[in-house]
Design a protein around this ligand. Structure first.
Ligand code: C5P
Length: 253
């Protein structure tokens, strides 16, 4: 593999300096973590599936006019993205109650919400990514009022897009998390969807059986995680035809 500089190693991905200034290579690992990394495992093939699925969602978002950091997939585990400054928020959109919302508010999992609900968590592992309000975000300067309007609009557009795609293949989009990046075109700042969109960061339930096809399979020991992600990829038609092993990264022109 070509020598290149590691920028950051996260729980599920490693970031390397890209071949051109302003680019980053995202390498999708097989590592799975839950409950702020208290539960850990290596799930063979997860990284490949998330790389393909995230490419599929990011490309689709681009095609319907939602800006993302995605440039292109390089190989089975890596994609080239625009480097951006990550807004320190996890933006969660919920269509049905589940997870922490069910716990916090005592709403039964699977209850349809009256409308999509957007939540913000402050990105800090040492604090367990606490839920925050727009008051905190404004007071601590994590994002401006204009940013928050843009983030809300991006989050709802991603929700409409993903809900529709999933509906088409018999899957309910229960909730998901996105991250937002700032990119600079000269002096002009834009917000884009960054990080990844995959079954690691969404709750996906089969529409008929409510079978879970997302990371809850790992969090709650419900079966084989790769099988669940493979089912999502199969329904969306993004299964790798010939799984070629990862070789050295391809340089862009
Ligand atoms: O745990 P909670 O119910 O708040 O999660 C809501 C959604 O956000 C789920 O789809 C979960 O996978 C995602 N999430 C995430 N990363 C986090 C927290 C939540 O992808 N750190």
């Amino acid at each position: 593999m070509a020598r290149r500089k590691k920028i950051y190693e996260g729980k599920a991905k490693t970031l390397y300096e890209g071949p051109e200034p302003g680019t980053i290579v995202q390498y999708f690992k097989d590592d799975a973590t839950a409950f702020n990394a208290e539960k850990k495992d290596v799930i063979e093939g997860k990284g490949v599936l998330n790389n393909l699925l995230s490419e599929y969602f990011m490309l689709g978002l681009g095609q319907v006019g939602v800006p993302t950091h995605f440039i292109k997939r390089l190989n089975m585990r890596e994609q080239l993205v625009r480097s951006c400054e990550i807004v320190p928020l996890e933006v969660i959109v919920r269509n049905y109650a589940a997870g922490t919302m069910s716990k916090r508010l005592g709403i039964e999992e699977g209850t349809q919400l009256p409308r999509p609900i957007v939540e913000y968590c402050y990105k800090d592992d040492s604090l367990g990514d606490p839920l925050v309000t727009e008051e905190h975000i404004a007071a601590f300067g994590w994002a401006s009022q204009q940013d928050m309007e843009d983030i809300l609009s991006l989050a709802l557009r991603v929700n409409d897009f993903l809900s529709g795609i999933m509906f088409g293949v018999g899957i309910k989009l229960v909730d998901f998390k996105i991250e937002i990046g700032r990119v600079y075109d000269g002096d002009f700042q834009r917000l884009v969807v960054a990080d990844e969109i995959s079954p690691d960061s969404c709750r996906l339930w089969d529409m008929e059986t409510n079978q879970k096809l997302d990371k809850d399979v790992f969090r709650r020991d419900l079966g084989n995680l790769t099988d669940a992600y493979t089912e999502v990829a199969r329904r969306l038609g993004v299964m790798p035809k010939n799984q070629t092993p990862v070789t050295k990264p391809t340089l862009i022109n």
